[in-house]
Design a binder for this molecule. Structure first.
Ligand code: GAP
Length: 460
């Protein structure tokens, strides 16, 4: 009977088996920074590649972009991030802990009856937020006191300086989202690709936010990877495309990555709580061991961003519709996923404890190692290495000849390897090997000449 996974199990497995380590560990670490180890890197890479395959390779209407991480600071002024991308912070004067006031209210609303809606929409105004915290009788989650400071706004942009001086003129920001690259390059992509609407621009890469409360392992970090698509449509078609991208996102998370359907849900954002740039939005959430939390945001950003950049840059970012002879600013549907959050969800979903074994029941497509190659005895090294060479032409494999076969299977199971190929002399002499399956533990004899085809078909 499978048991419910706890975060400490995931964190331990990740550190001990080479998925994720604390960053800069030999120097005592750096708070909330994490390094993806050999298996974590491959797992994350596989998820990223599946996203690229589904949304760039298989779609005729989406193209890839790789914009700079450091953009002209005017981009972030126009996009509202410099002026507005901030969290409302409150300190507890009794125990000195620091909290996001809006999150305290959200947590309280979760347990609030009967009418939480009365506070919806009010939470962006700091003074009003302070009043709500008082009206709702919110206590400090650390010490239980009601002794909060005034709210201070804290900007999340990570600053850096370009060149030799560290003055205002040299100030730049590390991008807090990949998305603005798509807006700033919209006209260039539209012109050079000669695409007609609707079309999408996809981008995957690092983003940085000076999060006040990085939290829960790789869930909320200051440096993270996003996979974002800005899908440009004719105004009036935006509601339809919002629904299309809602289904596509759900399909990606549950069918392509293989997260359990019951662990994924879509939560629409109430009209009063929509961010300033969106007309409709919702979050896909995953049921992590620490509760339901956002894994993807889907938003109808209207023409907000193109309009803002057109005004600020003075450049014409409108689209000319040659069929109807009209010029307009497209609307944008944005599915924005966090790569680290999907990686963590995949690990939590796969963690399985059954009687005497613990293993990762990862979808074979995302598993870091596809095939473990295990000669039953060291004497068969040469034969084992030959099989490794044959398979590694196509698949990421791992070769292991030390210890008992049972222990080697267990190790492969723990890192989620879906297939192990064992080599014994009798079978090998007859041109065969044994394939052992991670989940069922069943074994099959397969001809060496058929082995690559056999594994390939299982990975489709
Ligand atoms: N362009 C829209 C945008 O950036 P967001 O909800 O702020 O929207 C999109 O971010 C996704 O990026 C989130 O759903 C989450 O998966 C991921 N993300 C955001 N902040 C993160 C952080 N500090 N650590 C890890 N992932 C983060």
């Amino acid at each position: 009977m499978a048991e419910k996974v706890e975060m400490k199990d995931i964190v331990n497995l990740c550190a001990n088996r080479g998925f994720v380590y604390p960053g800069s560990e030999i120097y005592g670490g750096l708070a909330n920074s994490w390094d993806y180890g050999p298996y974590g890197s491959l797992l994350k890479e596989n998820i990223k590649n599946l996203w690229l395959k589904e949304f760039v390779q298989k779609r005729m209407d989406t193209m890839l972009l790789d914009a700079s991480l450091i953009m002209n600071p005017k981009v972030w002024e126009a996009s509202w991030h410099v002026g507005g991308f901030s969290d409302p912070l409150m300190d507890c004067k009794s125990c000195k802990s620091r909290h996001r006031a809006d999150k305290l209210v959200d947590a309280k609303i979760g347990e609030w009856t009967p009418e939480p809606d009365e506070y919806a929409g009010d939470k962006t105004d700091s003074k009003r937020l302070e009043e709500i915290v008082k009206e709702m009788d919110i206590v400090c989650p650390e010490c239980g006191e009601k002794n909060f400071s005034e709210i201070k706004k804290f900007n999340l942009m990570l600053k850096t300086f370009l060149g030799v001086t560290e003055d205002g003129a040299a100030l730049a920001y590390l991008r807090p989202e990949t998305a603005q690259g798509q807006f700033v390059d919209f006209a260039n992509v539209a012109r050079s690709s000669r695409r007609k609407l609707p079309f999408g621009i996809a981008q995957v890469g690092k983003s940085f936010r000076n999060e006040i409360t990085p939290w829960n392992f790789i869930f909320r970090t200051r440096e993270f990877e996003q996979m974002e698509i800005e899908f440009f449509v004719t105004p009036g078609e935006d509601d339809t495309y919002f629904q299309i991208w809602k289904s596509e996102s759900e399909r990606f998370l549950t069918e392509v990555i293989g997260l359990e359907k019951e662990n994924v849900r879509f939560v629409p954002i109430k009209k009063e709580e929509l961010p300033h740039y969106s007309k409709e939005a919702g979050d896909f959430e995953y049921q992590y061991p620490f509760g339901w939390w956002e894994i993807e945001t889907l938003a109808n950003r209207t023409d907000y961003d193109l309009k803002a950049h057109m005004t600020a840059s003075g450049q014409n970012l409108s689209y000319f519709d040659t069929v109807n002879n009209t010029r307009f600013l497209p609307y944008v549907i944005e599915p924005a996923m966090g790569l680290g959050r999907i990686t963590l969800a995949a690990l939590c979903d796969a963690y399985t404890v059954e009687e005497d074994r613990t293993y990762l029941k990862l979808n074979p497509k995302v598993a870091p190692i596809k095939v473990g190659v295990l000669p039953v005895v060291k004497k068969l090294s040469a034969e084992g290495k030959k099989v490794y060479a044959q398979l590694s032409e196509e698949f990421i494999c791992e070769y292991d000849e030390t210890g008992s076969v049972g222990k080697r299977y267990a190790r492969m199971d723990e890192i989620g390897t879906p297939f192990c190929v064992t080599i014994d002399s009798e079978n090998f002499d007859a041109g065969n090997v044994t394939v052992r399956h991670r989940d069922s533990m069943l074994q099959e004899t397969i001809a060496l000449s058929e082995l690559n085809t056999y594994i390939r078909e299982k990975l489709i």
